[in-house]
Design a protein around this ligand. Structure first.
Ligand code: GLC
Length: 561
């Protein structure tokens, strides 16, 4: 694999609305990110991804952009963003933005023009279609519920397509002028100091044409079908992605990471290989486990062995072809520690275990804000407390399927995106020090129980201190080459609830062990231990090649061979 400037680095995702509020309006802002840069730098973070902060009605919390060239005043000004770029640069850090170009907001000027003149040039930037026999043009379902088509107001029989919310009209990538405008906007930000982009919902940009009358077999009683089905059928996305790369990222030498769900293992090279469309893409293999087209209520939670198998499979698929980006959570997922670790086993030790498993994989690690202090899910009691549009929809889907209110809330609490969106817990003061005002979303009360930055900075055994050690190990020049580029080889893959894998580099053999259960276990190692590089517990009990791992113990060992 050809070495790239970002390969040995560590990334951090910021969801600005919940990061840090400097104005007291209850909403985090870009100045708040700048203010916390030293905290991130001290942890060892090199690159930060900022979720969308552009002008937006926030129907989908900023993933509905009304002006791509301007920050939403609630998050700050463009000058604040340029200041952040400059301050990051001073510290040798990079800032990437979020590229949301499958759709924009229905409040975008161009869409507003299109509504007024539905057969004119503005409408060509979107997908406007005539209905069929008084119905929507086809039976695709929106990701946030209901039909993916909404009637254009004032027309008899004309609809626009929105794979997501009705306030997120899809952009017509088939129109060369639309594409040119997108590239121009990307370059505008890259020219002003953005180091690259995380690319949102990118697999959705290619549609299975023609749209009108293109029905698929229904997957729910509503007669509709998830639009993910369309993504599998659509062919030829590579033409768009290659063009975007050549006209934007490539000439700038910038970093790009795609939100690519259901990646076909045979396409890794095309997507993130030598001349791939992106620098990297997220590994969602673990995230995808148990999904069900019927909805969250039918979903099966990922078990420890499934988690392990998904990690191993993803590692095998990427091999030496490209560098995947590795996460345990993001703003669309529940907190990794709450989801992957059985509730009765949740502790600092098991949180550190999961962190070790993430960081020792081959790939580019992204920490999601608050992950480094072990932030947990924040369950709600009633549907009125939910902000996430997808969780609200799934609540109603579950109710329609016959679940009681209590059962439906239980389901939603497992998967709700609000779990990851509660404000970052900075200290023990009111609202966890996130804001002096009223926080836009409830704060997890456990900030008073040690899950806050200030407390953990003082404690050498905290989850935060452990993350710092993990990052330091990844950057230690003695081991970095092996940890970044070394081969990943599973060991004892048939042992239930054990994660064990080699990272083998030039003349160096690192062994990562993680006991994914509460009970201790003894295993026989294939070689002698030379050195314990990291341990999430004070001791490792070893007798020659026999080691006994305590519940959720994780170690990184340098082995003799
Ligand atoms: C991506 C984003 C998610 C958003 C969706 C629509 O999946 O990560 O937050 O709701 O795209 O833009």
């Amino acid at each position: 694999m050809e070495k790239k400037w970002w390969h040995g680095k560590v990334a951090y995702q910021i969801y600005p609305k919940s990061f840090y509020d400097t104005t007291g309006n209850g909403i985090g802002d870009i100045k708040g990110v700048t203010k916390k840069l030293d905290y991130l730098k001290d942890m060892g973070i090199d690159l930060i991804w900022i979720s969308p902060c552009f002008v937006s009605p926030l129907a989908d919390e900023g993933y509905d952009i009304a002006d791509y060239y301007k920050l939403d005043p609630r998050f700050g000004t463009n000058e604040d963003m340029f200041e952040l770029f400059a301050e990051a640069k001073k510290r040798g850090m990079y800032v990437i933005l979020d590229l949301v170009v499958n759709h924009c907001s229905d409040e975008h000027e161009e869409f507003q023009k299109a509504l007024k003149d539905p057969y004119g040039p503005s409408a060509k930037h979107f997908y406007f279609e005539k209905g069929v026999d008084g119905h929507e043009p086809n039976n695709w379902r929106s990701c946030f519920g209901g039909s993916a088509w909404t009637k254009v107001p004032g027309t008899e029989d004309l609809y626009y397509l929105h794979i997501f919310h009705r306030k997120q009209p899809d952009l017509n990538w088939e129109n060369p002028e639309t594409r040119e405008r997108i590239y121009k906007m990307i370059n505008w930000w890259l020219d002003r100091g953005a180091a690259g982009f995380r690319i949102d919902a990118i697999m959705n940009i290619k549609k299975d044409l023609p749209l009108r009358g293109n029905n698929y077999p229904a997957d729910r009683d509503d007669g509709m079908v998830t639009s993910a089905t369309m993504i599998h059928k659509a062919k030829g996305i590579g033409v768009f992605l290659g063009e975007m790369r050549d006209k934007t990222f490539k000439p700038h030498g910038s970093f790009s990471v795609g939100e690519v769900f259901d990646a076909d293992p045979n396409q890794i090279n095309e997507f993130i290989g030598e001349n791939g469309y992106f620098s990297s893409m997220f590994d969602f293999n673990e995230t995808n486990i148990g999904k069900d087209n019927r909805g969250w209520y039918a979903r099966k939670q990922c078990t420890p062995d499934q988690y392990r198998d998904a990690v191993y499979a993803a590692q095998k698929n990427a091999g030496d072809v490209g560098m995947m980006s590795i996460i345990i959570e993001n703003h669309d997922e529940p907190r990794g520690v709450s989801y992957y670790i059985p509730a009765e086993d949740l502790s600092d030790t098991s949180k550190k275990f999961l962190a070790t498993m993430q960081f020792m994989q081959k790939g580019f690690p992204f920490i999601y804000q608050g992950q480094e202090i072990g932030m947990e899910d924040c369950p709600v009691k009633s549907v009125d407390e939910i902000d996430d549009i997808s969780a609200i929809d799934e609540y109603h889907v579950a109710r329609k399927a016959g679940l009681t209110d209590e059962e439906a809330i239980k389901v939603v609490n497992i998967y709700s995106r609000d779990n990851a969106r509660t404000p970052v817990q900075w200290d023990e003061s009111e609202n966890a020090g996130f804001t002096t005002g009223k926080p836009w979303l409830h704060v997890n009360p456990n900030y008073k129980k040690g899950i806050n930055v200030a407390a953990q900075e003082k404690d050498p055994d905290s989850v935060l201190s452990y993350y710092k050690k993990l990052i330091a190990l990844r950057k230690n020049p003695e081991y970095q080459d092996t940890l970044v580029y070394g081969a990943f080889e599973p060991l004892l893959a048939d042992e239930s609830r054990l994660m064990a894998f080699w990272r083998r580099g030039k003349g160096q053999n690192l062994l990562v062990l993680g006991n994914f259960r509460r009970e201790e276990r003894t295993i026989e190692l294939p070689a002698d231990i030379r050195k314990v590089l990291l341990n999430n517990l004070p001791e490792l009990s070893a007798d020659g090649r026999k080691v006994t791992l305590q519940g959720y113990q994780a170690v990184v060992l340098e082995m003799a061979e």
